[in-house]
Design a protein around this ligand. Sequence first.
Ligand SMILES: Nc1ncnc2c1ncn2[C@@H]1O[C@H](COP(=O)(O)OP(=O)(O)OP(=O)(O)O)[C@@H](O)[C@H]1O
Ligand SMILES: [Mg+2]
Length: 355
Amino acid sequence: MFKRFDKLYGIDLGTSNTVIFEQGKGIVLSEPSVVAFHQSTGELLAVGAEAQAMIGRAPAHVDITYPLRNGVIANFDLTSSMLQHFIKKIQGRSSLLRSSQVYISVPCGITNVQKRAVEETIVHKGAKRAIAVEEPLAAALGAGLPIDEPIGHLVLDIGGGSCQVAILSLGGIVASHTVNRAGMSLDLDIMDYVKRQYNLEIGERTAEEIKKQIGTARASSEERTLGIKGRDVINGLPRSIQLSSREIYTVVDDFLQLLVEAIRATLERCPPELAGDVVEQGILLCGGGALLEGIDERIREETGVPVHIAEHPLECTALGTGMMLGAHNSKRVPAWREAKPESAVQQDAGQQAEM
Ligand SMILES: Nc1ncnc2c1ncn2[C@@H]1O[C@H](COP(=O)(O)OP(=O)(O)OP(=O)(O)O)[C@@H](O)[C@H]1O
Ligand SMILES: [Mg+2]
């Protein structure tokens, strides 16, 4: 059991954003999962929001990267440095997770080796114990679903690097499907569209802003326009254009079809009783992509199933990991807790956290 002085953290280590929950305080950090470093020396120059602000504006010797790809750690050293920076930011002094217990979310469907690697990264940062939990379970819990009950719930998490569809019952995942396209690939599709259609090059951050401001999942939504600036591909000079929400809808549409297909495929693979529950309970949308205008209506129209958006789609996974931490103090043992103990990585008595 955890000692009273242990700090308890829930971490949503996402491809786009890292969100950290601390027990007793709530959400203590929410920053983009980005690092900027010196190309030749490897020196870390900026992390999080500060590094994101440098995207598209940095000199040639500065590399800016997202250390996770499709929800999975792609660069361990950079992920570790990024976490170290975030820990220092929330703790003020130490950049170690000393005397702490951590629940950290990972995408569903990753291998045990990948799961262990994430846990070891956290223990390496000084934590006494790290437990990887599947993101849709944490997100559903954080959004207030009673995931321990013998009732089927369908969660669609639309993140930055991947989308996960999962059917949950009795605190576990019964069927799931991962789509390795999500918010960040939509931004690239918007960049491609603007280049093809207008011979204009725009950066990732402009593309993301276009998606957030005039992106829509409904063909019939009221038309909105946005003025954007970019660089003319032919003469290299800056130029402005007006983009309409209709155009962005055509870019987003293919991606939405993939999501609907993924929901169908997951429902097909689950027992009929659970599929029946989902039709009654509806689909829970979470992750930043749930904020795309009209996405709930569109998925409702295409699947015939009611759709609800989580109250805090960007934070519910971290909130859920926090609730899992809280359950350690409760007498009732939730089903998901029973299902996971073998995956926990603990620090050996003599193990030193290396910084
Ligand atoms: N209003 C909005 N409309 C559309 N997309 C949005 C909106 N707000 C945020 N997003 C997108 O949500 C994505 C980030 O979501 P989230 O923080 O849930 O991802 P993540 O957890 O970091 O990624 P993953 O779970 O795939 O590892 C980004 O691609 C961002 O552009
Ligand atoms: Mg996520």
